[in-house]
Design a protein around this ligand. Structure first.
Ligand code: AMP
Ligand code: MG
Length: 517
């Protein structure tokens, strides 16, 4: 059914200890571990796009062998199961060894078109890296990961994918609000798919332990398999690190474009390929607010709020740079590479903002306009007046006056209070649009391609979760279907574009999320 060729296992050293107990693993990048079987696996949903990318038909997806493999109750021929060792900086502090505590790889598939993808179960039971936790995942967070992985892909943003969502039939105990009140919740397993799940933290762990030879092997493995155009570079590590900086900058600029907040940008949650990875307490901006974080654990420091994401990504890259620098080289080269982050972020975000606002290009004073001031003023007004980000930009495409933007406001009184400010901005904006070297149609097309009509708003995911808890899984596939075409108006699906309803403003899962998942 699937053709496996497990390069990570074959090329890199593993742990000789095959037991499951929690431990520090030295001199190895992985440990063999079998998933722990579940009672009553049921395939709730799957992504037909990911299945077909792997050469799997709908029928194959529903076969008992496949459902068993996707729930950890069996393996397919060629599958080898293992967990990997990584470390990470969590909330700014070095946390030592973390590793795949609740993720188990199933190996690497060679797809019919020869593209390669690793398969990984999230929530398939304990591994040597589970520390004191159970290795499981609850249904609510699995639904969120499954839907958001696919929604991000359809938005055109680099991400790990999700092949399947399986209910386990077993309960998992979670203290959702960290108040000592543990409750049983239904468990689930997502099968994630990506060319590689290597994180910044894999390199950091080896560097922190002075395991230089192994660090060099991991770098060689990463470059030769995933950055194949670099081996000839004069300074391959720096050239490769520069590309990681560029990819990460592009990724975060796109998060900013669509209003995505990752929520836990620890270095163990940063993909070396520049993919969005580890969907936990993420969220989407409703009313625009640079200081908003969806993660309750982050509510005090707001380290991972929307507006700080670019700075945090750069800080994380600097930690990766520190790890690589333990192998030697020139500090200046690493500094130069980090500047690639700034340059790339600036280029991608200004392009994105120009598109979002319908500007022909990003202009500075020398080019006849101060687009930076125009855009800053808009975001500042949107923050003060609590304007819905997604709705605002779609309305801006067709608006003829500030009045046309009114539905994007959450509070009528705030519209009235800020009307004069918006009117002044609108005048500035109209003058700028008049400078455009674009027809009205070209402008609208450009805006609609950068401004999604549908995003996986927190309350939409929560409604699908609530229904699933009541035994109705149909909302999950329906929502996935809406998110397949986020930039296109879908007749009859207007309700999925509605801004956050009042009931969701302070409801758990809709406005705030805990890491406890
Ligand atoms: P996260 O903040 O979700 O990225 O997780 C940080 C670390 O904790 C990773 O090493 C995870 O594998 C581990 N972890 C999180 N939840 C669990 C769990 N339920 N069981 C085992 N390990 C976990
Ligand atoms: Mg993680």
């Amino acid at each position: 059914m699937l053709n496996f060729d497990n390069r990570f296992l074959n090329a890199l050293p593993g742990d000789s200890n095959t037991s499951r107990h929690s431990r520090q693993v030295h001199g190895a990048l992985w440990s063999r571990v079998a998933p722990t079987p579940v009672s009553a696996p049921k395939l709730i949903a799957h992504s037909k796009e990911v299945a077909s990318m792997l050469g799997l038909s709908d029928e194959a997806m529903r076969s008992p062998e496949m459902v068993n493999a996707l729930s950890g109750n069996g393996v397919l021929p060629g599958m080898e199961t293992y967990a990997t060792a990584y470390g990470g900086h969590q909330f700014g502090n070095w946390a030592g060894q973390l590793g795949d505590g609740r993720a188990i790889l199933l190996g690497e598939v060679v797809a019919p078109d020869n593209a390669r993808f690793e398969l990984q179960l999230k929530g398939a039971g304990p591994t040597p890296y589970s520390r004191r936790a159970d290795g499981r995942a609850v249904l609510r967070s699995s639904i969120r990961e499954f839907l958001c992985s696919e929604a991000m892909h359809h938005l055109g943003i680099p991400t790990t994918r999700a092949l399947s969502l399986v209910a386990t039939g077993d309960d998992v105990l979670r203290d959702m609000f960290y108040n000592g009140d543990e409750k049983p919740e239904p468990g689930a397993i997502v099968c994630r798919v990506a060319p590689s799940f290597i994180r910044f933290g894999h390199f950091e762990l080896l560097a922190s332990r002075g395991e230089s030879a192994l660090l060099q092997r991991l770098i060689d493995f990463t470059i030769s398999n995933y950055f194949a155009h670099y081996p000839t570079a004069e300074k391959p590590i720096v050239a490769w690190f520069s590309e990681v900086c560029e990819r990460t900058a592009t990724l975060v600029a796109h998060w900013m474009r669509v209003g995505f907040v990752h929520g836990v940008m620890n270095t163990d949650n940063m993909s070396i390929l520049g993919l969005t990875i580890d969907y936990g307490p993420y969220g989407w901006i409703d009313n625009f607010d640079g200081g908003w974080t969806p993660n309750t654990t982050d509510a005090g420091g707001k380290r991972y709020c929307y507006g700080r994401q670019p700075g945090v990504a750069r800080w994380n890259l600097a930690r990766l740079g520190d790890a690589l620098f333990t192998l030697g080289g020139e500090a200046d080269d690493f500094e130069e590479a980090l500047k690639r982050f700034d340059i790339t972020y600036n280029a991608v975000i200004t392009d994105a903002f120009a598109a979002k606002f319908g500007l022909d290009r990003w202009r500075s004073a020398a080019d006849g306009a101060d687009d930076g001031a125009l855009v800053d003023a808009a975001f500042s007004l949107m923050t003060q007046a609590e304007v819905d980000m997604t709705d605002f930009f779609r309305r801006l495409t067709t608006a003829h006056s500030v009045e046309d933007l009114r539905p994007a406001f959450y509070v009528d009184a705030l519209f009235d209070q800020h009307r004069a400010g918006f009117a002044a901005w609108w005048e500035h904006y109209e003058t700028r649009i008049a400078l455009n070297d674009l027809s009205a149609t070209e402008r609208a097309t450009k805006m609609n391609a950068a401004n999604p009509r549908y995003v996986l708003r927190n309350y939409l995911a929560q409604q699908a979760i609530d229904a699933a808890h009541d035994g109705d899984d149909s909302k999950i596939s329906e929502l996935l279907d809406v998110m397949r075409n986020p930039y296109v108006e879908q007749a009859g699906r207007e309700s999925f574009a509605e801004k956050r309803p009042d009931w969701a403003r302070h409801k758990a899962g809709c406005s705030m999320l805990s890491c406890s998942s």
